[in-house]
Design a protein around this ligand. Structure first.
Ligand code: SF4
Length: 287
């Protein structure tokens, strides 16, 4: 994103996805919740679903469903940690697993803290597991704002669930090539697989809020604790540096790292300005 010459670019899988469809596979799309607003203000979420079906996808699922499961899972881990009553000098925390860039950076730069990063499946994988549940032979394409997800797919634990990753930018190119304008398509088939909290996941701060809300809802006597929700990779690493040096008092027990500015709505594969994307995600989350 920052290189003025575009010297580094992600590997595109457009050709592989189209080949898989042409080969007769049932190729399902799973849409990251940051899709709202990415294809222009006139494109309703359901029209995007219609456009994906016209492109050849066998089905369309919301990754916000997997985000709901992740909220539940991380809040359970947080409950266990807080119940263990770590002392003020204890650096134990739950680091969320949903952003592969943050996870990779944390494990590479702060290996002594890496054990705190959750091993939970990401929303992308949880949603793919659901699709495989009703269509075991499905090929699955994650479509989102993220380039790091392309790397996540190489992890052995993930490779069996997600076959390809496309960015919104790549999807827009496919629509253009096939002459599909989602703004002109009907919006009959509702997307209704997720809660507001899951759909609001791509905005920085909302993951922490969702996990906190879930923890408080499940706990009869919630414990007060400090949390951190850094966005940008620099801010993520700064927090880890401060934790390592015991510079934060009390130390955070929940760290929700997101490598992109403002969260996934600021991801490298996005098409819409962050302000407009944020507003669209908030509207869709309330539907
Ligand atoms: S914050 Fe950026 S790198 Fe992290 S999951 Fe979202 S888009 Fe990907």
């Amino acid at each position: 994103m920052s290189c003025p010459f575009g010297a580094i670019g992600e590997k595109s899988e457009i050709a592989q996805v189209l080949r898989s469809i042409q080969d007769g596979n049932r190729v399902h799309a799973e849409l990251a919740p940051s899709f709202a607003g990415q294809f222009g203000p006139l494109v309703k979420p359901e029209s995007l679903k219609t456009a994906l079906i016209q492109l050849g996808f066998a089905g369309v699922a919301e990754v916000a469903y997997g985000a709901d499961l992740a909220i539940h899972d991380e809040s359970k881990k947080l409950s266990l940690l807080l119940a263990a009553q770590p002392g003020a000098d204890d650096r134990a925390f739950i680091g969320t697993s949903c952003c592969p860039s943050w996870v990779l950076a944390a494990r590479s730069h702060y290996p002594e803290l890496a054990g705190n990063i959750s091993e939970s499946f990401t929303p992308m994988v949880e949603t793919a597991k659901k699709i495989k549940g009703y269509d075991p032979l499905a090929k699955i394409v994650f479509i989102g704002p993220c380039v790091a997800k392309k790397t996540e797919c190489f992890r052995p634990q993930v490779a069996g669930f997600v076959d390809f990753v496309l960015t919104f930018e790549e999807l827009a190119a496919m629509f253009l090539a096939k002459g599909i304008d989602p703004a002109q398509l009907p919006s009959n088939d509702r997307l209704d697989e997720a809660s507001s909290a899951g759909r609001a996941y791509p905005i920085a701060g909302n993951v922490a809020k969702a996990i906190l809300d879930q923890y408080q809802a499940n706990c009869s006597t919630p414990i007060e604790f400090n949390l951190a929700s850094p966005d940008t990779l620099r801010a993520c690493l700064d927090i880890l540096n401060q934790i390592e040096k015991r510079q934060i008092t009390p130390p955070p027990r929940l760290v929700v790292g997101m490598a992109c500015p403002h969260g996934c709505i600021g991801g490298p594969g996005t098409l819409a300005p962050i302000k407009r994307a944020k507003a669209a995600v908030e509207v869709f989350a309330k539907e």
